[in-house]
Each structure stands twice: as C-alpha cells, then as structure tokens.
Design a protein around this ligand. Sequence first.
Ligand code: C2E
Ligand code: CA
Ligand code: CA
Length: 656
Amino acid sequence: MSVLRRFFEISPSPTDTPELALAQWRALSRQVPLMYIMLVANTLILAWTHLDAAPIELTVYIPAALTAICLLRTITWWRSRERVLDPSRVRAKLRGIIWSGAAVALGFTAWSFSLFPYGDAYLQSQIAFYMGITTIGCMFCLMHVRVAALVVGICVLGPFTVFFSATGEETLVAIAINMVLVVAVLLIILLSNSRDFADLVDSRSAIARRQAETLRLGEENQRLANMDTLTGLPNRRSFDRHLATVLQEAELEGRRIVVGRLDLDGFKSINQIFGQLAGDRVLVEAARRIESLRRADSFVARLESNTFGLILVEPIDRQTLVHAGEVLCGAMRLSFEQPEGVIRLTASAGFAVSEPGDTGDQLFDRADYALSAAKREQRGSSVIFSEVHAKEISRVRQMEHLLYSADLDDEIYVVLQPQYDVSLGATTGFEVLARWRSPVLGEISPAEFIPMAERTGRISNVTQSVLRKALAISRTLPPSIRLSVNLSANDIGSTTAIEQIVALFERGRGPCQIDFEVTETAAMRDLKQANQSLLTLLGLGARIALDDFGTGHSSLTHVQQLPLHRIKIDRSFVAEVTNDIASRAIVKTMVDLCRNLGISCVFEGVETEEQLQALVALGGTVMQGYFFGRPMAVDEVDAYLQRERTRRSREDRAAG
Ligand code: C2E
Ligand code: CA
Ligand code: CA
C-alpha cells in the first residue's frame, strides 16, 4: 500500500515541472503508438482463436470496434510526435491519457471476460495469458507517466484477480496470484525508473538553464565591453572594430567612407566650474543630440571623455559634408540647461574621407589632424582633411626627421633680446632665444621646432646646445649683464637633464651670469621635482624666472612654493594694458604681488611708448619687447650696448 501511496504522492505527472511534462510527452509519443499496435495484434490473435467458439459479435464486431479505436489513437499519437506544444496543453493531454488509459483497459478487460464462457481450458488459459502479458506490455509502454501505468494496471488487475479467483479453478487462481506479484514488482521498478527519469530531465533542464544563463551573461558582457556606460553609445573598441569592417567592405566595393571626430571645446573647465555631475549630463545630452542627427547607416561612438567618433558610409560630397559639420557643431552650440545653470559650449569637428588602401588608423589619424586644425584655426566649426593638411603633415614628418638627425651645435644658433630696467635706464640682461637653420628647410621658428623637440625627446639636446652658446657669450659680456635661458618642462622634470646642465656649468668656470626661465605649466606638471631641479640650478648661482605668467592655471600659492627671483608677465596682458581697465587691474595686482613676494617683475612684449607709460604708471620697471629691441644676432650685442652707453652718457651730461 505504501508503494501505491508513494506512487501517487510523488507522481510527477501531470502536475510537475513543465520540462518534465514535455519530456514525458515526447517519450509517450514514441511509445504509445507501439503500445496500441501490440494491443491490436494481441487482440486480433485472441479473437481469431475464438472464431469457432464464440459468437461473431465477440470475435469480429467488438474486436473490430476496439481495433478501430486503437488505430485512431495510434494515428493521433503518431501525428502529434513532431508537434511543439506549450506545457499547459501537454499537462492536459497527460491527464487525458490517464482517463483514456482507464477506459481502454476496462473496455478490453470486459471483452476478454465476455469470451471466457465460450472457450475450453486452453482458450481460457489463453485469455488469462493475453490479459496478463498485454497489461504488462502496456504498463511498460506507459512507464514515463506512472499514474497512467498504475491506472491501467489496476483497471485490468483488479477485475482480473476477482474474476479468476471466483472461478475456483486452481490454475486460474495461480495465474491471478502470479499476475499480482509480477505487476507489484513492475510497479516498484516503474517507481524508481520514473524517478530516475524525472531526475534526468531535471538535471538536463538545470544544465540547459545554466547554459542559457552563461550565454546571457556572455552577451551582456559583450554588450558592456562595447558600450560606453555613461551615454549608452558604442565605445572606442566598438568604433575601431566597426571602422575596420566598413572600411574593408567599402574597399571591396570601391566606395569611400568618412570618419569624423567631434570634440567639445573647453570641456575640462565645465567640469571644474559646474562639477563633474553636470559635466556628465552635458555629455549625455551631447550624445543624444548627435545620435538624433545620425542617419540609420551611420555610426556614432564616444571615444574618450569629450570626444565622439562618427563613421558615415553613404556616398557624400564635400559640400554635403561641410553642411553636416555645420549642423553637428550648431547642435552643440545650443545651450545645455542644467540645474547648476545654463551651460554654453562649442564643439569642433574634423572629417577625413577614405582613400583606396587606407587602414582604419590612417583614416582616423587624418580626421584627428583635421580636428586639431579646426581647434587651432576655426574653433567651434568643422574642418575636412585636405591636400594642404597632407602637405603640412609631410613637412612636420620631414622636420621631425631632420631635427632628429641634425647636428644641433651647428644648426641651432641663438639671438638675444634685451631686458631693460626703466628705473636704472639700462639694459640689465638678454633673453636667449633659439633659432634653427636647417640646411634642408631653412629658418624654422622656435614656436614650431621647440614643441616638436619636446614631443620627440630631443629638447634636452637643444637646451644644452643653447646653454653652451649662452655660457660662451656670457664670458664676452660685462659682468653686470645676465642671460636668460629658457628651459622646457622635460628639462626640469628630469634629473638627468639637470645633471647635464650642472656638468656644463662646471666646465665653464667663473661667476655665473646665467638665469633660467620656466613656464608655469612646466613647473606645475610635477611641482616637487620642479622645486628640486630649480634648487639645484640656484646652487649654481643662477636665478629663476617664471615665464608667461598669467596664461596657465597655476594658483598664487603654487608660485610661492617655487624658489623664484622674478615673474615674467605674459605679453597678452601688456597688449591690453592701454585700452582695457580689467587688464590694468590685473597688471597692478601682479606688480603688487611681486613686491609683496620680494621678487622682480618683467613685462614681455612691450611694443609701444603708450604701453610703456601705462606699465610704468602701474609700478613696472623691467621691460622686454620690440619697443626696446628685437631679438638680435650675437655680434650685434656689443654695438647695442655701446649705443646705450653713449646715449646714457649723453643724457648724464645733459642732466649734469
Ligand atoms: P618666450 O619664452 O615667451 O619668448 C618670447 C617670445 O616673444 C620670443 O619669440 C620673442 O621673439 C617674442 N617677442 C619678444 N618681444 C616681443 C614683442 O614685443 N612683440 C611680439 N609680438 N613678440 C615678442 P620666439 O623667439 O619666436 O620664441 C617663441 C617661444 O619659443 C618662446 O617664447 C619660448 O617659449 C620658445 N623658445 C625660444 N627659444 C627657446 C629655447 O632655447 N629653449 C626653449 N625651451 N624654448 C625656447
Ligand atoms: Ca621665455
Ligand atoms: Ca614668455
């Protein structure tokens, strides 16, 4: 009984998991047709052996009807084996099997018993054998839905035991007992088999679920790895991959594509002024605006903090591209309304059209160059990479190569620009400015080759060459005249470069007449290292001036931390001092600052008498600029100083 209880209690059908119901359905749809074929065959054999003994209704009509029902069911099952059903329908069908199984079992049992009175002992034994073996066969076929197997077993075995026991015939009673035993054992085996089947299905569906989860996670990772999480746009990695693919396709089809870079100008200061959250929201909104302008076949990505990348695959002429650039940059000029305030910015863009044989990197670099040209020359609008840019690039490359292989001591020469102290009425020093005369390219401005030397790691050689010349010149000058040599960020950021400078000083003995100029940005790059380098230079007897003051982002507290003897106020303030009250106020503050710090103050770029008067009125004393003298060749310095001496003695005589 407990077996029966367990059988029903833990019966997985038809209420168990959808996966199990489906698996049962699949197994049954293979086995049930076989079961019906076996049932029909056995029934026909039994009817045939009773043909002469029993009436025609029992041997032909009823078996024919039962066979027809079975064949109908067989066809239905056979057809349904390929059908995809949803779990709830499968459950309903499984429940149906239980009832139809009971009905079929009872029908066949009743028919079998109806034949019993007509046969002799052999035929009666055949009926018992037919019922027993067929029931076992059917239960076996239904084993995956054990409730159905049990119902069939009970529907046949119950009446079977009662019927044959009631005959009082020993052989038949024995057969009934055999039958009960066999079916009991069969039920136990079915119980464990169907449990194994359920476990198997469970573990298979668990594996399938895990696989699906792994696949989902993999896809999610893939999506995240290719997406910029802030804006939801594709990221740089995805951009590079997409570019390689579309470029290859375009190459095969002989088409051209366009790569664009769009940069939000001065974005760093938005973060500083409005905070990073506001900055992030601006980026999200900028991404939305670009995305809304995108054509379906174009591609937009966020490449880095405030730079977006575009790939246009449709054929586009120059005129349309110019227009697209205007629309894009125009969309960025619309104000960004934020809780922190209204943010206004501009965006610059660079475009490059692909050439046959281009790699993604080459195309991207050209768009990048066009972007820097836009930033340099037409901030807030777009530039398309052109032949002129290609020539510029090849000139820069050639220049880089020439600078790298140049004999710097031979090709670099210096010019000197006087620094004039108004209060003394005399030149107190000269700034040493480097010039490069390339045998191939001719004269090249320091504004061009100094940044290049910094970029290519050649700058400390340039510095040493200039310093060697400055040291040589200083020996020919009156002891009161000092020479100011410019140092770059790489010089003061490197202990080796400073050691090389010290070595040069040690070679040329005598009182030091050399000063150094460093820019704020160079000093701020690594304040600690800069401080150390400057202290070493001070130890040589040199003095330090802070160049281009007012153009960087350094604060006055930083200035106080450096061992400075002088500040050089950038010429942008001097240019405005005569016509801008704000510039005058700034200049006044700077003069006061220097006085408070006990250091001197030099004004750069003094070009006119008016500027000089304005600066003197604000307390300025030391001046440098075209008004006092343009940078001059070394051999002109003597004559310059001589002229000054003559002028002074004339003035002294006139005064005296
Ligand atoms: P800087 O150190 O600010 O040098 C001053 C620049 O302003 C020089 O340009 C000078 O010719 C120019 N200048 C002087 N007075 C006036 C004026 O009244 N009006 C105008 N409009 N300009 C004036 P230069 O010689 O072309 O040098 C450009 C920059 O190149 C320098 O700016 C400096 O940063 C760098 N540089 C020059 N020589 C060296 C060097 O030997 N080493 C390093 N590291 N940098 C150097
Ligand atoms: Ca300078
Ligand atoms: Ca300067």
